[in-house]
Design a binder for this molecule. Structure first.
Ligand code: ADP
Length: 313
């Protein structure tokens, strides 16, 4: 609480928000959302901080239940899907006897659909993990140029198949940031994969990066179908998909960008898009050089009692 007030005082008028977990002996833990703003005198110097505390314990509990439910269901669905995929593969390999063209065709569809369902479950699980804060970043120095090179190499076969040119203009090295390599790779794989999905054959995708004073900005630009202005903010919401004939042709969960946004924000970064319909879209990811400090949560039960503190505190 004290830290929240301090940061409200130093952040000139910007309201500060934190979740505070409060545990008192004999009572169950409660969660409060605290919003703190510095209140100023006429001459602009602050004289204090006003904090509004909202009890969000029930909401948190519901979120936890929903997240557990999703996680159990997804795990339960994964196992049978694995066997469906496995057995279809065995039949397609001809190990159970010869199959005709029509049967092969149908089995390929079963395999494709099972894969799609599997992808959906994976996305749901991943989103769930991110939303419920059940995962921790594994920070390490990540050289952005090398990471992008790796992503482009991994996506080349897909681009080739879709007849889209993949151009990497990011030099090695570009800059090193502190981050979770695997998650950051996932961010750029996802953005390039989207660009490929929404760019017709003959188009191109270009990756660029620039290292500024505060952050490294990586851009993924495509010459695809574009995103209408009124939809641009919404595409980062979970399950949101732009409703047009062409987009519906593509399979997806609508969770990709929500996951990407989560990961970028966990790194203290930002993501935004610039786009024009029928001309293309550019997604920008700005990553700071160092990870932000841990989120502010206070567990009163674990705070030392005054008699444990050294004199003067
Ligand atoms: P998914 O790709 O699984 O549908 P995403 O969250 O990754 O879900 O994307 C949400 C929606 O944003 C997509 O369905 C599509 O309508 C739109 N979109 C994302 N990337 C692009 C892009 N590069 N060009 C055009 N539309 C895009």
């Amino acid at each position: 609480m004290a830290e929240l007030c301090r940061s409200a005082l130093t952040c000139a008028g910007d309201p500060q928000i934190a979740e505070l977990r409060v545990r008192q002996a004999g009572e169950r833990e409660r969660t409060y959302q605290a919003l703190a703003t510095a209140v100023g005198r006429d001459n602009g110097t602050p004289w204090g901080v006003v904090t509004v505390m909202r009890d969000i314990t029930t909401q948190k509990e519901l979120e936890r239940l929903k997240s557990n439910f999703l996680s159990v269901i997804s795990h339960e669905l994964r196992t049978p899907l694995h066997s469906i995929g496995g057995f279809v593969d065995v039949i397609l390999m001809g190990k159970t006897g010869p199959i005709n063209e029509l049967q092969r065709d149908f089995l390929e569809t079963v395999k494709e659909q099972a894969h799609h369902l599997y992808q959906l479950i994976e996305d749901l699980l991943e989103f769930n993990r991110l939303e419920s804060g059940q995962f921790q970043l594994s920070p390490a120095p990540v050289e952005i140029g090398t990471l992008i090179k790796e992503v482009v190499e991994a996506m080349f076969p897909v681009a080739d198949e879709r007849k889209v040119r993949l151009v990497n203009r990011v030099s090695v090295p570009t800059a090193t940031v502190e981050g979770d390599r695997k998650r950051l790779r996932q961010v750029f794989i996802n953005l390039v994969d989207n660009a490929l999905k929404f760019t017709p054959a003959g188009g191109s995708i270009t990756l660029q990066a620039s290292a500024g004073a505060q952050e490294v900005v990586v851009s993924v630009q495509d010459t695809g179908i574009g995103i209408p202005e009124e939809e641009q903010a919404r595409i980062f919401e979970r399950f949101y998909q732009v409703d047009s004939g062409l987009t519906r042709e593509h399979r997806g969960t609508g969770l990709g960008l929500a996951i990407v946004k989560h990961i970028v924000e966990q790194h203290g970064g930002r993501i935004w898009v610039e786009s024009r319909v029928n001309e293309g879209s550019t997604f920008f990811v700005g990553l700071p050089y160092a990870l932000p400090k841990e989120q502010l949560t206070v567990d009163l039960a674990r705070l030392p009692s005054p008699r444990d503190l050294p004199p003067g505190n």
